[in-house]
Design a protein around this ligand. Sequence first.
Ligand code: FES
Length: 173
Amino acid sequence: MSNEPKKQKKEVTRRQFLAYTLGGTGGFLAASMIVPMVRFAVDPLLQDKGESEFVKVIALDKLSDEPVSVPFKMLQKDGWVEEEVDLTAWITKNASGQVQALSPICKHLGCTVNWNTEKKYPNQYFCPCHGAHYEKNGKNLAIATAPLDEYEVKIQDNYVYLGKLGPNTKVTT
Ligand code: FES
């Protein structure tokens, strides 16, 4: 009688072999279909937000303390949709050279404000819809409950570039 340990040979039955092979193949095929679908669904969420895009809008020497309405175009992304939109900013440059670009959208209900058009409120932004008015830096004085939003500003080669729109940083409420 031999003392050699008995080698245990594990045999894979034909049924097991088929189950492993078909299961593996099926899993691989399912993954290859599902992964791209999931990626497509969440793609905008995975996009690198990165630095916001800036758009060249006006030469610095065209600006003064008196607000000017400057139209410009900006590419805006909303999920999968990317389109060029027409925008406007009221831009000033104060005595120390600081540039501010305000949104013309009234913070009451979204009408468009204009500069210095209402006799009762000289040198202010005025909204013709319900009478909201704002100081030159965008501070809300009546009706509206928040200051005018402002664009990010970048100066490069004596030109003004505008970026994202956000809450007014020059006004404390
Ligand atoms: S929308 Fe401007 S005052 Fe109402």
